[in-house]
Design a protein around this ligand. Structure first.
Ligand SMILES: Nc1ncnc2c1ncn2[C@@H]1O[C@H](COP(=O)(O)OP(=O)(O)OP(=O)(O)O)[C@@H](O)[C@H]1O
Ligand SMILES: [Mg+2]
Length: 346
């Protein structure tokens, strides 16, 4: 069963259409990475899901009873309350229950309804961790890297990364069915990034993660949503590495098709140059051979650059090098095609 189903969504911020025709589902336990260039509409899409914005077309269906917790791209924390008090916000519903239970306790002597209601509340209070929430808060705060002497620090005194971790802890305490994180690693140092990765892995629920962070996506995502700058969104069920491999394969297929066309052109060209004198033909073949050698060594250099970028996890670099590789490879195939046509005549 899906927690959320979106069909044919579009979002317009006049005069710009940010995206159209976005359809996707969030299956239970999925860990989805929402990727795409800056300004493609990732945050806008997430805001539709949490109901902060309305779509211009399309529908979003959220399974009944699904709870969603959301870490905004720039968590705004107002007020000088402490790290600990921020966590207490996750238990506001428990405090409300405590107040009602205290009131009912005074009426239980002569009201069977009060007894019944008290029993009902007590069961829920217990099930939602009412009797052991402090222990859970400590566990989660330590899990996101806070030591006990930081519990009373006002949020206003925290760094960007610490704020993100404090909010993340509160969201985890809410034990949502769906956790939506919009670029959570933006302000995090390396240690905090590792903590974040472990925290998401241990969360065990369904996660929608907006990120540019290749490491995090590689480590966590079971599904990729790639929102395009021009239009639409591609849903790929698999890891990021598999998705990148598929894209590369597609690019190669496209370049093979265009090479097919080029080959035809080369053949026509060869027909024409049959009129060339043998010296001109030989010169062209030599030129092509030099060009082919150059392209081959460029491909070799690109391969080692891609390997280096992969080991650094530099996603943008890998993508741009990958594009260069495809272009160079296609230029090489074109050159070889022309060479093999002309070489026959010398
Ligand atoms: N409330 C708004 N009013 C007008 N335009 C908006 C509003 N919110 C977003 N936009 C515009 O919509 C486009 C998409 O923005 P959005 O923040 O969704 O992109 P994004 O993919 O999250 O980008 P980034 O990777 O930089 O976070 C941008 O051009 C942005 O300026
Ligand atoms: Mg964004």
């Amino acid at each position: 069963m899906s927690l959320l189903t979106a069909s044919n969504l579009s979002k317009v911020y006049e005069p710009d259409t940010i995206f159209t025709g976005v359809s996707a589902e969030i299956p239970q336990k999925a860990r989805i990475a929402l990727v795409g260039p800056n300004g493609a509409g990732k945050t806008s899409l997430v805001k539709l899901f949490i109901g902060e914005e309305k779509p211009n077309t399309g529908q979003i269906h959220i399974a009944r009873g699904t709870t969603i917790s959301y870490l905004p791209q720039r968590p705004e924390l107002i007020g000088g309350h402490s790290v600990w008090d921020e966590q207490m916000r996750a238990f506001e519903h428990l405090h409300e229950m405590e107040i009602e239970m205290a009131d009912l306790a005074t009426k239980m002597g002569d009201s069977p309804e009060a007894v019944e209601r008290y029993g009902y509340l007590q069961e829920h209070y217990e099930r939602q961790g009412g009797y052991n929430f402090e222990a859970r808060v400590r566990m989660i705060l330590s899990g996101v890297g806070f030591s006990e002497n930081e519990y009373q620090t006002p949020l206003t005194k925290l760094s960007g990364g610490q704020k993100t971790r404090a909010v993340l802890a509160r969201l985890l305490l809410e034990t949502p069915d769906l956790l939506i994180l919009d670029e959570p690693t933006n302000h995090l140092d390396i240690d905090s990034q590792e903590i974040l990765q472990a925290v998401i892995e241990n969360f065990g629920g369904t996660v929608l993660l907006v990120s540019h962070d290749r490491y995090l996506i590689d480590a966590l995502a079971t599904q990729i949503w790639a929102i395009r700058a021009d239009d639409g969104m591609e849903v790929y069920e698999g890891t990021y590495q598999e998705y990148i491999a598929l894209r590369k394969q597609r690019e190669t297929q496209i370049s093979e098709v265009s090479n097919g066309n080029t080959r035809k052109k080369s053949a026509q060209y060869a027909q024409k140059v049959r009129g060339m004198n043998p010296f001109q033909l030989k010169k062209r073949v030599e030129e092509l051979e030099q060009h082919i050698t150059k392209l081959e060594s460029q491909l070799e250099a690109l391969t080692s650059q891609i390997e280096a970028a992969s080991s650094l996890g530099a996603a943008d670099k890998i993508l741009s090098l990958g594009a260069q590789y495809t272009k160079t490879e296609s230029a090489l195939e074109t050159a070889i095609a022309e060479w093999s046509e002309l070489a026959e005549y010398i």
